[in-house]
Design a protein around this ligand. Sequence first.
Ligand code: NAD
Ligand code: UGA
Length: 435
Amino acid sequence: MKIAMIGAGYVGLVSGACFADFGHTVCCVDNDPAKIEALEQGRIPIFEPGLNTLVADNVRQNRLTFTTDLTSAVAAADTVFIAVGTPSRRGDGFADLSYVYAAARDIAAALTGYTVVVTKSTVPVGTGDEVERIIREARPDADFAVVSNPEFLREGAAIGDFKRPDRIVIGADDARAANVMNEVYRPLYLNQAPILVTGRRTAELTKYAANAFLATKITFINEIADLCEQVGANVQEVARGIGLDNRIGSKFLHAGPGYGGSCFPKDTLALVKTAQDCGTPIRLVEAVVAVNDQRKRAMARKIVTACGGSVRGKTIALLGLTFKPNTDDMRDAPSLSIVAGLQDAGARIRAHDPEGMEGAKHLMPDIAYADDPYSCAEGADALVIVTEWNAFRALDWALLADSMAVRVVVDLRNVYRGEDVARHGFHYVGIGVPT
Ligand code: NAD
Ligand code: UGA
């Protein structure tokens, strides 16, 4: 099949490269010329494990190309995916659909022959209807269908998630379009991925419901962690104790500094807004949004407390800036709130991240950056693990003990067992675990 992928970001580039790897012919379109130029020169604009090789292999096989010319890519395609951003709209938190609608207008002008237009971007219920209206109005003559096919991949594990998904959701209101989508996903039959064909609106809502549920699960365990700290219990063991119950499941029960990233924060907000607009507020998710926001700010206070009540004039070393490991994505990372809170309290910040420092420098130009964990910690008054990168899982505590000014460790991801670190003379503070 010939596929045009509009938007070559975290989702579009991974999906495009995976579809090409499954044998389809894919053209990734982006209106950012710098991104396309980089891709054409073999440089991958984002960090995602395995993507470099996957893209290079498929470019070599002539199955994957890149362009800024949407018109020719769409004209040649049987299926056009919209994978552009849907960030929070300033002011009310609803999804900003301007990129999706702009893409729909451009696609409309370029359609030739029967084409299935697929929204892969995360979009509120009813967006498919509006995309269809935009295209129909611009091109009353066009032969097309609009389908919803939300994406469930995670950054850092994107290729595996795309190739071996727990399920594929296709929201198609007509059989012809559903058949085309079945062809698109046929290569995944071998992996036995269940394909759920639903109505378009149901597919759109399923995506938000999934993200909101996962965000709720994280927020639940985070609040249990707070309670653990008060009563001397261990949240890691509570999580295991409840997670072994199949009805609950063990995933997404890892307590931390609050969920971040380009999806959960904006998608929970957008769901809250949709529900309010429909007169059926989802109070549970409203609470999740509020609790998570407060939590990110509370993490700076936790660090201040661990430092004896003041960080004024002190140097705090942060390990990990991205919202999770194995990505360079800094969007809505908890580190941003933590740094702001510590700076307000008078601290100097020195940070290290294996892949996120370039992005972080644009967002936080006024902090110092170090090339590795040890130079980051040198002379510092506290070391804070913000993101659980593998590179931080086997730190040399004896070395750190000698080089830091004060031996304080705040482990916001419970990477270590307190006693292992305390053995080197550190005051260790984790999340929801006894100190
Ligand atoms: P992104 O910002 O990384 O990529 C979007 C790309 O679209 C950018 O490169 C931008 O230049 C391009 N673009 C915007 N308008 C365009 C147009 N009119 N024509 C061509 N290109 C255009 O965003 P992302 O993280 O890939 O997310 C895309 C969508 O997928 C969002 O709705 C997001 O919620 C959803 N999603 C993201 C993830 C994730 O892990 N990032 C996972 C599942 C779903
Ligand atoms: C999330 C979903 O997991 C994907 O299924 C979805 O496709 C994607 O959002 C999206 O819609 O864009 P992602 O944001 O890439 O994926 O990463 P996650 O692994 O879900 O982590 C999100 C945040 O939750 C991170 O800040 C992470 O540290 C935090 N988290 C996750 C926890 O604090 N505890 C956990 O147990 C799991």
